[in-house]
Design a protein around this ligand. Structure first.
Ligand code: CA
Length: 345
């Protein structure tokens, strides 16, 4: 089923959000509540989708927006932000932390990448639409009401159901040198084993695009994935959020930052960094995460269990690099992403 956006103009159009929020972003203290996204359906004529949100504020200082569940099946960040809401007290900080733990709430509750209501992939809907379907309404709210109030947007992703990553923090490229420097510092500050620059760019329809339009800094992550809550990757998520607060001066520096493990800074470029399934079948990988590979090396082969004498079809690496990400499910269709590489900066 294709994504449904009921809008006529397909864009932001300067409209105001119809999502109600019983929250005062200027008030000191800790507020934990729900956004109310109007949703009139058969079982609930005057109902709304209740999307959890928290604002923890103490005096003047920078604002961090920590969000997860942009893709509903990426769980490490959701654990980290849920814990953050329960554990963080205003007296520990100077400034403000806005937490949106399940950004595409219907997707997060379904444990799916996209919304079961409108099939929306939240990170392909920015700048959203106040009069669109729920996913478009949410991205519009994030862009107009949350990104606009924030200095740093930390959007916690993982590999989701189909991919697994070496836990990474990542940034987009910017033409502005001063901005790039700040983004590089943020990427390192998170403290993941890998920090990478996504040279391919995030695109206008992502949270990166939203941050760019507002002139804000956006840090992303790819924390693990495989549709699970990884032990190491979840610890990295929890500690990384804290380190970003320390880096921004919202929280006092602790040993988490002072004794931070070294981050390997890398690049992820365009299409030649990616390996796609050349045929439909069962993919047998020949390398694992972290492998250093060469151009032309066999990444794996597609086997044909339904026709055993048919020779397997190899998938080759288009360039040298390190295997940063791999596909999880064994069955593949032509065009599925099997691996992507990174290269040292
Ligand atoms: Ca994602």
């Amino acid at each position: 089923m294709p994504a449904i956006n009921t809008t006529a103009n397909g864009g932001m159009g300067g409209g105001k959000t119809r999502i109600a929020a019983d929250i005062d972003f200027e008030a000191d203290g800790k507020q934990v509540t729900w956004l109310k996204l109007p949703h009139s359906v058969h079982r609930s004529a005057y109902g709304h989708i209740a999307i959890p949100i928290a604002c923890i504020k103490n005096g003047k200082g920078p604002t961090l927006l920590a969000m997860s569940g942009n893709h509903g099946d990426e769980y490490e960040g959701q654990v980290a932000t849920t814990r953050l809401i329960r554990e963080l007290e205003p007296k520990e900080i100077k400034g403000r932390v806005i937490v949106l733990p399940a950004a595409n709430f219907p997707a997060a509750m379904a444990g799916m990448r996209t919304s079961p209501i409108d099939q929306g992939n939240l990170n392909r809907t920015f700048p959203g639409d106040p009069d669109g379907t729920p996913t478009w309404m949410i991205s519009h709210y994030i862009e107009t009401e949350l990104v606009s109030r924030s200095d740093v947007i930390l959007d916690l992703h993982s590999g989701g159901s189909s991919l697994l990553y070496i836990p990474s923090a990542l940034m987009g490229v910017s033409k502005d040198k001063a901005r790039t420097k700040k983004l590089l510092a943020l990427t390192e500050a998170f403290g993941a084993p890998v920090g990478y620059v996504n040279l391919g760019g995030g695109g206008d329809r992502t949270s990166t695009g939203a941050a760019e339009r507002a002139g804000k800094l956006r840090l992303g992550t790819e924390l693990g994935g495989a549709g699970m809550v990884g032990l190491d990757s979840t610890r990295i998520a929890v500690e990384g959020v804290r380190r970003i607060m320390e880096h921004m001066g919202i929280a006092k520096e602790t040993d988490l930052t002072r004794k931070k493990p070294k981050t390997r800074m890398m690049d992820v470029g365009g299409d030649d960094y990616y390996v796609y399934a050349p045929d439909a079948g069962l993919f047998e990988p020949h390398v694992d995460l972290g492998a250093m590979v060469k151009k032309g090396q066999t990444a794996g082969v597609v086997q044909f269990v339904d026709n055993p004498m048919r020779p397997p079809v190899p998938a080759l690496f288009p360039r040298d690099g390190m295997v940063l990400c791999k596909r999880v499910p064994g069955r593949v269709e032509r065009g599925d992403c099997l691996f992507h590489l990174s290269t040292d900066r």
